[in-house]
Design a protein around this ligand. Structure first.
Ligand code: 13P
Ligand code: SF4
Length: 354
């Protein structure tokens, strides 16, 4: 829907008043009405790297979800304040791994006698607590654009990986990109005693996958792929690695949101693409590439927004920018010092990956 012109003008005026004091970051899944005010857009990796790019900005307004704002706070100086325009913009996947559950999992691994061999690799889409756990136990963070490199690194440090919280990204990277077999992977269910696994199963596994998933990408299935191939002959199916293994296996191309954009930029005129990721991004790409004669459609027939990403809308952005312009620091995201130190260790290991 088109943005309210009055709100657009208020956002513009508040941003202008703030000038260099504010730096607005926007994830690719944000609404058009919000993304138009982003100084930088990107996937999770790019935004983590770019968060520290404007040390002179007092406020970093993060148009994305809570774990991204936490990561930006961890990676920037104390004088820079990270602000999330709606505090209810969480991530259901990140919520699937709590600090208590992960500590309990580590006890299970210790009792099975495998903990010394295990290197944790945590997806960016996790709380600062989980990132701190990862740093404390010698592990690294990864995003969908460097999961392969993170796993290669982890298997140089140890024999097994505990991958959390997205089982699909873990499995897809291990099996599709690294040639492991499905039998090398076991799934740890935090809601079952001992994760639902025997000590023998843990000893036999190379990848211990946390039982988490993204509800948005979980909506795509094999039928979505088969239907679109039937509807649009010659279509290229391009999906995000948070999709299930079945969907990823049936797709032609797999990668992060930034990869999806680059792939479409490089595609020849006349080509056809079905995209399996969040709908704000797919709609924006469909509009953008229509003029270049590239057909871009959403992979599924049903609508599939990320409801928490969508919480950041123009009214919340206007309220945030106007508050900051009046000197009111609202919705600050601040990770406590001890958590920050260990989480930073894990994030810096990711940033140092080759
Ligand atoms: P990327 O932007 O890293 O591809 O991540 C997608 C996602 O689900 C972010 O929440
Ligand atoms: Fe979380 Fe999925 Fe939304 Fe990304 S798209 S923020 S993983 S729920």
């Amino acid at each position: 829907s088109p943005s309210d012109p009055d709100l657009v003008e208020r956002a513009r005026a508040a941003k202008e008043k703030l000038g260099d004091k504010v730096f607005v970051l926007g994830h690719h899944y944000q609404r058009d009405e919000v993304i138009q005010f982003a100084d930088v857009t990107g996937d999770s990796f790019k935004l983590a790297r770019d968060a520290a790019a404007r040390p002179q900005a007092e406020y970093i307004v993060f148009c994305g979800v809570h774990f991204m704002a936490e990561s930006a706070d961890i990676l920037t100086g104390d004088e820079q304040k990270v602000v999330l325009p709606d505090l209810a913009a969480g991530c259901s996947m990140a919520d699937m791994a709590t600090a208590e559950q992960v500590a309990e999992c580590w006890d299970v691994l210790t009792e099975a006698g495998v903990a010394e061999q295990v290197v944790p690799v945590s997806y960016m889409n996790s709380s600062a607590d989980i990132k701190a756990f990862t740093g404390k136990h010698g592990g690294t963070i990864c995003t969908s654009s460097n999961a392969r490199r993170a796993l290669d690194w982890a298997f140089e440090q140890g024999e097994k990986v505990l991958f959390l919280p997205d089982q699909h990204l873990g499995r897809n990277t291990a099996v599709r990109d690294m040639g492991m077999s499905l039998e090398d992977c076991v799934v740890y269910n935090p809601h079952k005693p001992n994760g639902g696994l025997t000590a023998e199963e843990l000893r036999g596994a190379k990848m211990i996958l946390w039982r988490g998933h993204c509800s948005v990408h979980g909506r795509f299935n094999l039928d979505s792929v088969n239907d679109v191939r039937e509807r649009i002959p010659g279509v290229n199916v391009l999906v995000h690695p948070e999709c299930t293994h079945e969907v990823v296996s049936a797709a032609d191309y797999v990668g992060s949101t930034e990869y999806i954009i680059r792939t479409l930029e490089a595609a020849p005129a006349g080509s056809k693409w079905a995209i399996g990721t969040e709908l704000n991004l797919v709609r924006r790409l469909a509009n953008r590439f229509a003029s270049e004669d590239k057909q871009v459609v959403f992979l599924d027939k049903t609508v599939c927004f990320c409801s928490t990403m969508n919480r950041i809308d123009l009214p919340h952005l206007v309220w945030t920018l106007e508050s900051l312009a009046e000197g009111n620091l609202v919705n600050r995201i601040e990770v406590d010092k001890e958590t920050e130190a260990f989480a930073k260790l894990a994030l810096e290991r990711m940033l140092a990956l080759p």
